[in-house]
Ligand binder design. Structure first.
Ligand code: ADP
Ligand code: MG
Length: 236
């Protein structure tokens, strides 16, 4: 589904992502881990086209996507959430979900858009909330809305960047159940996440980055027991 080869991103003198290679197969849920500043969000931004790469190749669902603008990549079926919640507070809840739909692979408007948006809201546990203002949503519900926006276009793959950060234990359980539901429906997911409980429960396989480089890739329990991975997290 996704193939990344020699992916490299420089910001001036800083090499934020340095020759990273990995594949994600259709239907896999893969964790992307690493200490703060290791390059995880930059990888997400390069895959989704939010940032231009310096070097490397990215293929998604049989097509080369590096160099394409974000909306073209989204149209191919790659959807994402951002590390910081990005909702449009001036629009009501449903219209936040319609927004990506109007720019989706097959633009949808009018009553069909309302129907699709309400189905996505229902899927994330916000049934009947579409007419309310975004300001009414508590933190977990904002997270639900973000997820609804990401799935309303029926993507083939989701990139989730610390989507579960800041949730309390009860909310975390809810969030994990939502992702497990997507996984069980066959969604391919690349999950940047610091919460190990969530990684262990949702990701059979993990990739670990440190200082821009991939340092481990394999079964989650093996990777988390790896000496280089432990050292990267402890900061030597
Ligand atoms: P992570 O998501 O793993 O915490 P990031 O990908 O956000 O790490 O950042 C990797 C490195 O790249 C950090 O040193 C960060 O300061 C730097 N960086 C990220 N985005 C930019 C940018 N737009 N301009 C300059 N440096 C950046
Ligand atoms: Mg990040």
């Amino acid at each position: 589904m996704l193939k990344v080869v020699n992916l490299t991103k420089r910001f001036g003198g800083l090499v934020a992502v340095n020759g990273v290679d990995f594949d994600v197969e259709q239907g896999e849920v893969v964790g992307l881990l690493g200490p703060n500043g290791s390059g995880k969000s930059t990888v997400m931004n390069l895959i989704s086209g939010a940032l231009p790469r310096t070097l490397g190749e990215i293929d998604f669902d049989g097509q080369r996507i590096d160099g394409k603008p974000p909306h073209r990549i989204a149209k191919l079926g790659l959807s994402r959430t951002f590390q910081l919640v990005r909702l449009t507070p001036s629009l009501k809840i449903r219209d936040n979900v319609i927004l990506p739909l109007a720019f989706g692979a097959f633009p949808v408007f009018g009553s069909e858009a309302v129907k699709r948006a309400d189905a996505a809201l229902e899927q994330v546990g916000l049934a009947g909330r579409g007419d309310g203002p975004v300001q009414d949503l508590n933190y977990i519900d904002q997270k639900r809305l973000e997820l609804a926006r990401a799935i309303v276009t029926n993507p083939k793959m989701l990139l989730l960047d610390e989507w579960m950060a800041g949730l309390n234990p009860t909310e975390l359980r809810t969030a994990m159940d939502l992702i497990a539901g997507l996984r069980d429906s066959g969604m391919t997911i690349l999950l940047v996440e610091h919460i190990m409980e969530a990684v262990r429960a949702l990701c059979p396989r993990c990739i670990v980055m440190s200082a821009g480089t991939k340092i481990a890739d394999g079964p989650t329990e093996t990777v988390l027991a790896d000496a280089d991975v432990i050292e990267a997290y402890l900061g030597k």
